[in-house]
Design a protein around this ligand. Structure first.
Ligand code: ADP
Ligand code: ZN
Length: 531
C-alpha cells in the first residue's frame, strides 16, 4: 500500500476538496483512507466528532462500486442520506421505515451501479434476500459503524452484529472497515475477533478531547446548581442535560424554562413527533438546551454543543465519555459538568442488584460502576483517569483543564470518621439485628433525636452522638466515598448499608482511609470563553 502513495493521495484529497469542501484531512483520516482505498481491512477507534464518516465515505467514492454502510442508527439514516445528497453524493438506505416501493427503488439504483453509498440496518443482513441483493451488485467497501455493538461486554450490544462476520467470508475481496468511538482494550479485541478482522490494520486516534473541560461537583440541590452553572458560564449556549428518569427530565426542562432558559425535554416516553421536533430544533437553533435521558444523542452531529451536563451518574465511563463527547465537536472550549452525590451511588448499586441479568452481568455492571465512581472520587487529573481507562497514556503533569487540575482537592485522613460509620453499622447489626440507610446512620452519629431515632431507641447506642465534629453534608460525603471505595455496601430495595469484606481492616485499624475534602463552595469557574 505504500508503493505509490502519490496516485491515491491526489484522488482522495481531490475528493475531500471537491465533494466535502474541506481543506485537509484530520488526524488519522488520511492514513485510514489510503489503506482502505488500497483494499485493506481496518479497525478505526476514534472519539466522537473525530471524523469517522469520511474514513469510509471517501473510499466508497474513490473505489469502483457501492460502499455498504452497516449502522444501527435507523432514525438518522434519512438525515445522513439527505446530507450526502446535498453534497452531490449518490446515497440511499434500506431499513424498516420504508415502504415497499421506496425500497425497490433503492435496490434498483444499487443494482444498476447508481449508488455511491448504501446504508443498511444490521438486521437486514440476517435476511438471505438482502445478501442475495448485495451479491448481484458491485460493492466497493463494507463499513461497520458503531462497531462496539458487537461487544457483549459493552453497553450497546446488538445480537445482529454477530452475523456480520459473514461479510468477510462471502466478500473476501471487498475491504471492510469497522469504526467505533468506544475503545477499551476489551472492546477493541472483541471487535477484531467477532467481526473476523484478523488481518486488519488498527488505527487508534487519541481519545483526548482537549477542548472539553471536565468538572464533577458534589450534588446538593442539582437543579439550582445547574441553573447557576448555565447562567454563569453558558448563557445562550446550546447544550444537553442528561437525567436518569423521564420524570426528572420533564421537571428539569420545566424548571429551566421557568427560569428563563429555553429548554425542551427528550425521552423515549414522548411521542415520535415531539421527539423529532425537539431534535430538529436543537440541531437548527443556536441556544437551545435539550434535557434528555440517554435515549438522546447517539449519532447527533451538532458541532457547537457548548456543554453537556449530567444531573445523575452515568452507569459507566464509556457512557460518560460518549455523552460528554457530544460537546465541542467544533474544537472550541466546552464544558462537561456533572453533579454527583451519595444518592447516585446508592441508587445505581440498588439498580444493579434488583435489575435483570445473571450474576456475571451484575459483576460486569458493578465493575463499570466502580470505574465511574473512581473517576468521580479521584483527587488526580480527571482527563488522565479517563485516558488511562481507555488504555492511553495521560500526561503526568495533569491536563490543566479539569476541576482537579484547576483546583486541586484537599485530602484528609478519614480513618477515624470511617471507623465511626462502620462501627455504627456493626452495632446496629450485631446488637440489634437491624440494618438502616444512610440517613439514620448520620442522625445517630450526629446525636439527633428524630422520631425514627426515638422509635428504635437508637439514642441508647454507645455510638449515639459520636460524630458531631462533621456536618450532615460531610458525613454524606464520607459515606459516599466509603461506598465508592468498596469499604461499605448497599443492600436491598431500601438501600440499607452493610459491611464488605474490606470493612474489617478499617475497623481493626489495619489501614488508613484518605478522603477527599468536600468543597464548601462549587469549584472555581473557569476563565475565558463560553458565555
Ligand atoms: P464521528 O462520526 O467520528 O463522530 P463525523 O464523521 O460526524 O465524526 O465528523 C465530525 C464533524 O467533523 C463533522 O461535522 C464533519 O463534517 C467534520 N469533519 C470531519 N472531517 C473533517 C475534515 N477533514 N475537515 C473539516 N471537518 C471535518
Ligand atoms: Zn486535569
Amino acid at each position: 500500500t505504500t508503493e505509490r502513495p502519490g496516485a491515491a493521495d491526489s484522488e482522495t484529497l481531490a475528493t475531500l476538496h471537491r465533494v466535502f469542501g474541506y481543506e485537509a484531512f484530520r488526524g488519522e483520516q488520511e492514513a485510514v483512507i489510503e489503506h482502505v482505498v488500497a483494499g485493506g481491512d481496518a479497525v478505526v477507534l476514534m472519539p466522537t466528532g473525530g471524523g469517522k464518516s469520511l474514513c469510509y465515505q471517501i473510499p466508497a467514492l474513490v473505489r469502483p462500486g457501492t460502499g455498504v454502510v452497516v449502522s444501527p442508527l435507523i432514525a438518522l439514516m434519512q438525515d445522513q442520506v439527505d446530507a450526502l445528497r446535498a453534497l452531490g453524493v449518490r446515497a440511499g438506505f434500506i431499513n424498516s421505515t420504508q415502504d415497499f416501493d421506496e425500497r425497490r427503488m433503492v435496490e434498483a439504483e444499487f443494482l444498476s451501479g447508481e449508488l455511491d453509498l448504501l446504508y443498511l440496518a444490521p438486521e437486514r443482513l440476517r435476511v438471505e434476500a438482502t445478501l442475495d441483493l448485495l451479491s448481484r451488485g458491485k460493492i466497493s467497501v463494507f463499513a461497520i459503524d458503531e462497531a462496539h455493538c458487537v461487544s457483549q461486554w459493552g453497553h450497546d450490544f446488538r445480537p445482529d452484529y454477530l452475523t456480520l462476520s459473514l461479510l468477510g467470508e462471502r466478500w473476501s475481496d471487498v475491504p471492510r472497515i469497522a469504526l467505533t468511538a468506544t475503545a477499551t482494550h476489551a472492546t477493541h479485541q472483541e471487535i477484531t475477533q467477532r467481526l473476523n478482522l484478523p488481518a486488519a490494520r488498527h488505527f487508534v486516534a487519541s481519545f483526548d478531547r482537549p477542548n472539553i473541560q471536565y468538572r464533577i461537583v458534589p450534588k446538593a440541590d442539582p437543579r439550582k446548581q445547574l441553573l447557576a452553572f448555565l447562567r454563569e458560564e453558558h448563557a445562550g449556549d446550546a447544550g444537553i442535560v442528561y437525567c436518569l428518569s423521564r420524570n426528572s427530565v420533564e421537571r428539569t426542562a420545566e424548571f429551566l424554562t421557568a427560569n428563563g432558559i429555553e429548554a425542551v425535554p427528550y425521552h423515549a416516553g414522548l411521542d415520535a413527533g415531539t421527539r423529532a421536533t425537539h431534535q430538529a430544533r436543537f440541531l437548527r437553533e443556536e441556544g437551545l438546551v435539550v434535557v434528555a435521558t440517554i435515549a438522546f444523542g447517539m449519532g447527533i452531529d451538532k458541532p457547537d454543543v457548548r456543554f453537556v451536563a449530567h444531573l445523575d451518574l452515568p452507569k459507566s465511563i464509556e457512557g460518560y465519555y460518549q455523552e460528554t463527547g457530544r460537546a465541542g465537536r467544533d474544537g472550541l472550549p466546552s464544558t462537561a459538568w456533572m453533579a454527583y452525590g451519595l444518592n447516585d451511588v446508592i441508587q445505581q448499586r440498588k439498580l444493579i442488584q434488583s435489575g435483570e441479568g445473571d450474576e456475571a452481568f451484575r459483576r460486569r455492571a458493578s465493575a463499570h460502576l466502580d470505574a465511574m465512581l473512581a473517576l468521580c472520587e479521584t483527587a488526580r487529573c480527571r482527563r488522565g483517569q479517563l485516558l488511562a481507562y481507555f488504555g492511553q497514556d495521560p500526561s503526568a503533569a495533569g491536563c490543566g483543564n479539569c476541576d482537579t487540575c484547576l483546583t486541586p482537592p484537599e485530602t484528609w485522613d478519614g480513618t477515624v470518621a470511617a471507623q465511626k460509620v462502620l462501627s455504627t453499622v456493626v452495632r446496629l447489626q450485631r446488637e440489634r439485628g437491624q440494618k438502616f440507610g444512610a440517613v439514620q446512620i448520620i442522625d445517630i452519629l450526629l446525636g439527633k433525636r428524630t422520631a425514627k431515632v426515638i422509635q428504635f431507641d437508637h439514642d441508647q447506642l454507645s455510638v449515639f452522638g459520636i460524630g458531631d465534629e462533621l456536618t450532615e453534608g460531610e458525613w454524606r460525603g464520607v459515606i459516599r466515598q466509603l461506598l465508592a471505595q468498596g469499604l461499605l455496601a448497599v443492600e436491598g430495595e431500601y438501600g440499607t448499608l452493610v459491611l464488605t469484606g474490606e470493612s474489617g481492616s478499617v475497623l481493626r485499624r489495619e489501614r488508613e482511609v484518605p478522603l477527599r475534602k468536600e468543597p464548601k463552595k462549587p469549584a472555581a469557574t473557569r476563565s475565558g470563553s463560553g458565555s
